[in-house]
Design a binder for this molecule. Sequence first.
Ligand SMILES: Cc1cc2nc3c(=O)[nH]c(=O)nc-3n(C[C@H](O)[C@H](O)[C@H](O)COP(=O)(O)OP(=O)(O)OC[C@H]3O[C@@H](n4cnc5c(N)ncnc54)[C@H](O)[C@@H]3O)c2cc1C
Length: 466
Amino acid sequence: MTDTDSKPTGTPPTNGHKDSKPATVPHVVIVGGGFGGLTAAKKLGKQPVQVTLIDRSNYHLFQPMLYQVSTSGLAPADIAAPIRDTLHKHKKNTRVLMEEVTGVDTQQQLVFMQNQQPIHYEYLILATGASTNYLSHPEWESRSPGMKTLADGLEVQQTILGAFEAAEKEPDEKKRKRLLTFVFIGAGPTGVELAAASAVHIRHILSGNFQRIGPGDARLVIVQGPPRVLPTFRPELTKKVEKKLKELGVEIITGVHVTEMDERGVTVGDEYIETENVFWLAGVKASPAGQWLGAEVDRGGRVKVQSDLTVPGHPNIFVIGDTACVMQDGKPLPGVAQPAMQGGHYAASVIADRVAGKQHQEPFKYFDKGSMAVVGGTYAVVESGPIHTAGFFGFIMWVFLHIYYLIGYRNRLQVLLSYFFAYFSAFRRKGGTRIIMLGRKQAITYQQQARTLDKPEAHTLDKTAT
Ligand SMILES: Cc1cc2nc3c(=O)[nH]c(=O)nc-3n(C[C@H](O)[C@H](O)[C@H](O)COP(=O)(O)OP(=O)(O)OC[C@H]3O[C@@H](n4cnc5c(N)ncnc54)[C@H](O)[C@@H]3O)c2cc1C
């Protein structure tokens, strides 16, 4: 029995030790152990508060390196850090629950979970991130994995590896061609990184490992609705990236949308591309946190928060990261890790000040450290302050700036070194960690089960649970 089971609803929990006394300090509940939630938890771990961090997974996923798992460069454990380990040194005032949050009662200040009694909060931080958005085609989800969760990353990997094995056995040339055609929908940073890394990966694996198929048999296509790839980067960098993608053997189709998708291929503009491998990298939507709160949301479902990241009418509820719409200089902040981490730090500071009886005066101000994307191997594009570059120098910057700034939750040097080691040893191994663990169809079934958890229906507020 857990400590919340043994208490009347609404009592702040203890820290989980047998001899713990009931908490007399404010209880802060953080939902989400991603970049935002973890940053907030770390800061609050040093404050006179009781913290409960709830996440459906027991690990924090380093999403920027997910494409490395998909292309067999890194193993899942290389990019997933157990949340308990990460927060270990704060265990005196912080506990971690692996649970699915299903709703919030803002009146009674309760958080509802799937398999646990509701818990009461004095302060609530919602940092539940985003999920893949199939726009007006939810039916495409079963045909084209996204790139958001570890299960997504593995499904992409298993799809690619499975396609090679199926093609090697296929005597029919036309079918072989279909099996070895890979279509990436969306050419933002995620699409470009995955397409470029796949090109390198596929070339490595198909060189000399098979009898019937070789590197020249694979076709990679990236499709982008807007007129250019990486539209948030300056046009001269886009040109360099497009050139690099072509050098890697990736065909680029811009300015057209995918209009149809079936089990044999996709329709892109006037062309029907026969393929069994379609990857959806064309957008995300916020978690259903806005529905839980009954709060105003933007078109992407992000909760419109105030300048102190609280929800209008709820000064003790903060929404941060990908699930928040934070306006700055008339524009919403981008859905990347830095706003989430800075938001987590800020929300924790406001709570710490309030607990100390101080008024937190400063509104949240996001400091933009720049944007980066790796375009295969050791080529990266970087836009950071006065620096805008593409190439090996960009890659070095990516390694030092991007990873260094993003990872604030473990020893930075240690993490940097382990990523360096894993990254370069993956290149030495040429094919990386390319083990087929599940048949492709099994991988897809598993993935679909995982996705149903993220459906809004699953999060309907169940007041009977109280
Ligand atoms: C493939 C990919 C590459 C990226 N590359 C970069 C990059 O290079 N640079 C960059 O800055 N950004 C990058 N991003 C974006 C960045 O990862 C996100 O902006 C960032 O993770 C947002 O942080 P967050 O805390 O809001 O959400 P997340 O980090 O997504 O964390 C949300 C957490 O909430 C948990 N959760 C959600 N719903 C529930 C629930 N109902 N119950 C319990 N737990 C729940 C999830 O399990 C998850 O752990 C990338 C994203 C992807 C997908």
